[in-house]
Design a protein around this ligand. Structure first.
Ligand code: ZN
Length: 316
């Protein structure tokens, strides 16, 4: 058996205005921009990676900010909720902080946890799950959020589906088993307590299909411990689904497959990570592009919208 899949590696979503997206995730949620790069398949647009201070797997939320993107519609076959982990004792802080930014925040209880649900600037539903046993923080160095309240990384995601059997089977194959059930919500997790270890299936046979666009999740990536495990997992998963060959994403290596409920899954390696091409001290401050696009750098830089990382303002 390959080394286990312990949880999520990253979640990738679509945004519209790059500056608005950058400001929200760094200045409101206090994440660190750990990589400023381009969409490798569309180098005229950015690819932002936000995470903890080091860009640890399980903390990475990434965006393709397309300035003129139409707003999408969340629906069946999509990830409709992306949840961060925080200590239960930080929930009141976060509720007040989010209300202070005039965000509509809903507070609820789900299974054992206290959950805050609110929209990002493109309407994407973000959650902060307060729970006992939140991991220690590795807070972003330029964050305006007090370190004890820093978001720890992912708690998990919710997939909205019409039915669950085939998705359950694939999750089981990946080492995720059903741990709890509440109404029409099923909770799966892998062994251990890694970040992003909660995969919820929210079922509604009458649910309407979603449409990709700004404010929707494009795909979710699970963690492969290394290249060898990834290839072993590829062989196992390819017996059930069409799995892509390994693709080089510079900071990790990826395979992709669509689970039967319609959600695009990726399996991404932990190495080499985000300190591959720039020092940890200045992650995200300069535009990094992969070697095969480097000769087009001038053209790419001219086409990209101007953005400003408000690091100084946050420090002041
Ligand atoms: Zn990805």
């Amino acid at each position: 058996m390959p080394k286990p899949i312990v949880g999520l590696h990253h979640v990738t979503a679509i945004a519209s205005d790059p500056q608005t997206n950058l400001d929200f995730y760094t200045e409101v949620l206090g994440l660190r921009l750990v990589k400023r790069t381009v969409n490798f398949d569309d180098p005229g647009s950015y690819h932002f990676y936000f995470g903890d201070d080091a860009g640890t797997p399980g903390t990475i939320l990434t965006f393709f900010p397309w300035p003129n993107a139409m707003r999408g519609t969340p629906g069946v076959g999509e990830v409709t909720l992306t949840a961060f982990s925080a200590p239960l004792s930080s929930i009141d802080f976060w509720e007040q902080r989010l209300l202070g930014f005039n965000l509509p925040v809903e507070r609820s209880t789900r299974f054992e946890e206290t959950v805050l649900t609110f929209p990002d600037p493109d309407g994407m539903k973000i959650e902060i799950v307060g729970h006992a046993g939140a991991a220690p923080a590795n807070p972003a160095r330029f964050s305006p959020v007090p370190p004890e309240h820093a978001l720890r990384g992912f708690f998990g995601v919710t997939l909205f589906l019409k039915k669950s059997e085939e998705t359950e089977a694939i999750l089981n194959t990946m080492g995720f088993t059903k741990r709890a059930e509440e109404g029409n919500r099923l909770r799966f997790s892998a062994e251990g307590t890694a970040l992003g270890n909660h995969i919820d299936l929210l079922l509604n046979p009458e649910g309407r299909h979603g449409r990709m666009g700004a404010g929707t999740v494009h795909h979710i990536a699970f963690r492969a411990a290394d290249d060898a495990s990834q290839l072993e997992w590829r062989e196992i998963l390819d017996k059930h689904l069409h799995v892509t060959p390994v693709l080089d994403r510079t900071y990790f290596h990826s395979i992709y497959f669509r689970e039967p409920g319609g959600v695009l899954f990726e399996l991404a390696t932990d190495p080499p990570g985000f300190a591959l091409d720039e020092p940890i001290e200045s992650l995200g401050e300069a535009l990094r592009i992969p070697p095969w696009l480097e000769q087009q750098r001038t053209v790419i830089e001219q086409r990209l919208p101007r953005i400003e990382l408000h690091k100084a303002k946050v420090l002041a």
